[in-house]
Design a protein around this ligand. Structure first.
Ligand code: NAD
Length: 314
């Protein structure tokens, strides 16, 4: 199997041999949230040979996630990245659940539920009594403070940010974010896991939105302001940034891929966390989210995906 197996750059870090010895081994992973990120994380973890239990509050989300994983693996087979046998073995390693008890054997739980702090806090409160004392917890949050989320658990020293990019099977980067209490063995274990998943890590400090979204989401918000102020249409802005800045996707196409609710919530976290008006969310972005036009996942955002090819909505 050759699933984007470039050698992962594990960030140099002053760990002692003794600490490395204490590093917990990760063989069984729980994933909370079976949305676009959760299913991608389950996908790469299962292909890397880990046992995976994917949990969601909605059984439909679990069914949709399993279908998406199968479909995305078929694309990897067509591109000769994996074989039919790899797919079969990986799918057999993914289990689904709606109750936290299914996580009792997990070495790591990765939380990839909706980007709302109260939802994540209630998940940590519910899940921790079911976990082994040695189980690590990672959050895939795009923007929320790792230190604050860690404080909502019974094990802040075993809590870390593991921020995958979308789509997870394709994108090479994982941002790793330590909270104030995160210990060295947890940090090292997550670096090793990221390398096993074929990912390269970048270490970010625990500031609102970390590195990628601190830079990327304000650019998306600025593109929405450019529509709002009539600087250009959706098509003009995306064409301008694709051809003028050599970006592989325009910012509005990218916003639809990320999810406009996620983009808005990152802007709100930046605005509140850094108290700088330059991060104010564009009112038009708020309006799209209020309309339920969240991008690809709901079929409509800055483009209407019910049309082929997708038609700009402005
Ligand atoms: P999504 O809306 O596709 O999926 C979220 C899933 O969480 C849904 O299936 C929902 O039913 C489930 N959920 C909600 N409450 C739950 C609960 N209490 N228990 C279990 N499941 C619950 O969202 P997504 O895009 O997959 O984002 C998930 C997380 O990943 C967010 O924290 C987001 O910020 C982060 N993230 C998103 C992207 C992106 O590009 N979309 C990139 C990196 C990180």
């Amino acid at each position: 199997m050759n699933l984007e197996r470039e050698p992962a750059v594990v960030a140099a870090h002053a760990g002692t041999a003794n600490m490395a010895n204490e590093m917990p081994e990760i063989a069984t992973v729980g994933v909370v949230g079976a949305g676009q990120m959760g299913n991608g994380i389950a996908h790469v973890a299962a292909l890397a040979g880990l046992e995976v239990t994917m949990l969601d509050v909605k059984t439909e989300a679990l069914e949709k996630a399993m279908a998406t994983i199968g479909h995305n693996m078929d694309r990897q087979i067509a591109r000769k990245i994996i074989t039919e046998a790899d797919k079969k073995a990986a799918l057999a390693r993914i289990h689904t659940a709606t109750g936290y008890d299914a996580f009792r054997e997990c070495d790591l739980v990765i939380e990839a539920a909706t980007e709302k702090e109260e939802i994540k806090r209630s998940i940590f409160k519910g899940v921790t009594p079911h976990l082994k004392p040695t189980c690590l917890i990672a959050s895939n949050t795009s923007s929320i403070s790792i230190t604050r989320l860690a404080a909502a658990t019974d094990r802040p020293e075993k809590f870390i940010g593991m921020h995958f990019m979308n789509p997870v099977p394709v994108m090479k980067l994982v941002e790793v974010i330590r909270g104030i209490a995160t210990d060295e063995p947890t940090f090292q274990a997550i670096q090793v896991l990221a390398a096993r998943l074929g990912k390269t890590t970048a270490v970010a400090e625990d500031f609102p939105a970390f590195i990628v979204n601190r830079i990327l989401v304000p650019m998306i918000n600025e593109a929405v302001y450019a529509i709002y102020e009539g600087v250009g249409s959706v098509a003009a802005i995306d064409t301008a940034m694709r051809l003028g800045a050599n970006h592989p996707m325009g910012p509005l196409e990218l916003a639809d891929l990320v999810g406009l609710d996620t983009c808005l919530s990152v802007m709100q976290v930046l605005h509140e966390g850094l108290a700088d008006s330059k991060y104010r969310p564009c009112p038009l972005l708020v309006k799209y989210v209020e309309a339920g036009w969240l991008g690809r996942k709901t079929g409509r955002g800055f483009y209407d995906y019910f049309q082929t090819p997708p038609r700009p909505t402005r």
